[in-house]
Design a protein. Structure first.
Ligand code: PAF
Length: 293
């Protein structure tokens, strides 16, 4: 593993100049957009990028316009020196860490909105969130012009929104989804986990266990989304300290609710543990056995 610090670039013009040099040298550019507070989930994105591309750019930018809750924005973990060490260990070549004034130097009066796939799930409970994500990711793609960009499957709806945006707006980057990294007890890695109290951390894995109970129900041949959802909710109700935001069975492509399970689904949930909101999901390819076989 390389451990020399990546080049840190704060301004758009400087990053463009640096990437032009990399491109001229014939390096395909792999891009990992992040909001910092890096953990092994981000490490998996960087490692996947390194397997495909020999030049890796990562961005670290806590994007104000995707937060619909001021406290969540303010409390979001920020530790650039630790993040740079982390990027070094994952062989990132360049880290772009602009301040908000660099990304939003003029009034942001142009936005990117991806309809349909942004509806429901997080789109329902975090109004404006996906508009903020799609807008900043478009800006980052325009700045970096990456060959391949990497996003975690943990944020399944975000990944679906970005795939749709790239396709619908003919953006010139390939999108690669990277599987969720989990703690040994199943809890999906998230920057927000560090805000859990020890007590909350102890019962947090029930979110994954509830998703898994629903997954097993679907894999057992149940094609009723209501029943699959009930299996998950039953499990989740064992922990009364968890506040449910949503627990839904959606189509894995367009993230819209299904009633009858006949194709790949995503079982997606968001819950609150004290003041921390966690999301997670599991994709399931049901084993459909046709009648008479
Ligand atoms: O997933 C994230 O960390 C953010 O939503 C992203 C894609 C970096 C945009 O700010």
């Amino acid at each position: 593993m390389g451990d020399s610090r990546p080049e840190l670039i704060r301004d758009i013009a400087g990053l463009r100049d640096r990437l032009a040099v990399a491109r001229k040298a014939g390096s395909p550019i792999g891009f990992v957009p992040t909001m910092g507070a890096l953990h092994a989930g981000h490490g998996a994105l960087m490692d996947a990028a390194k397997r495909d591309c020999n030049f890796i750019a990562a961005s670290i930018f806590v994007n104000p316009i995707q937060f619909n809750n001021k406290e969540d924005y303010e409390k979001y973990g920020r530790n650039l020196p630790a993040d740079l060490d982390f990027c070094a260990a994952h062989q990132v070549d360049v880290v772009f860490a602009p301040g908000p004034e660099e990304m939003y130097s003029t009034e942001q009066d142009a936005f990117v909105e991806v309809l349909n796939v942004s509806n429901g799930l997080c789109g329902e409970f975090r109004p404006g969130h996906f508009r903020g994500v799609a807008t900043v990711v478009t800006k980052l793609f325009n700045i970096v012009q990456p060959d391949i960009s990497y996003f975690g499957e943990k944020d399944a709806q975000q990944l679906a929104v970005i795939r749709r945006m790239v396709q619908a707006l003919n953006m010139n980057t390939q999108i690669t989804g990277v599987p969720t990294v989990r703690e040994p007890d199943g809890l999906a890695l998230s920057s927000r986990n560090q805000r859990l109290t020890p007590e909350e951390r102890a019962y947090a894995p029930i979110l994954f266990q509830a998703l898994d109970a629903a997954r097993l129900k679907a894999l057992g041949g149940c094609q009723s989304a209501t029943e699959v959802r009930a299996a998950g909710l039953d499990f989740l109700s064992k922990e009364p300290r968890i506040r449910l935001e949503y627990f839904e069975i959606v189509d894995a492509e367009d993230m819209q609710p299904v009633t009858h399970i006949s194709a790949r689904i995503c079982i997606a949930a968001a819950v609150w543990l004290g003041s921390v909101r966690l999301i997670d999901n599991i994709a399931v390819q049901p084993l459909i056995v046709s009648p008479g076989r």
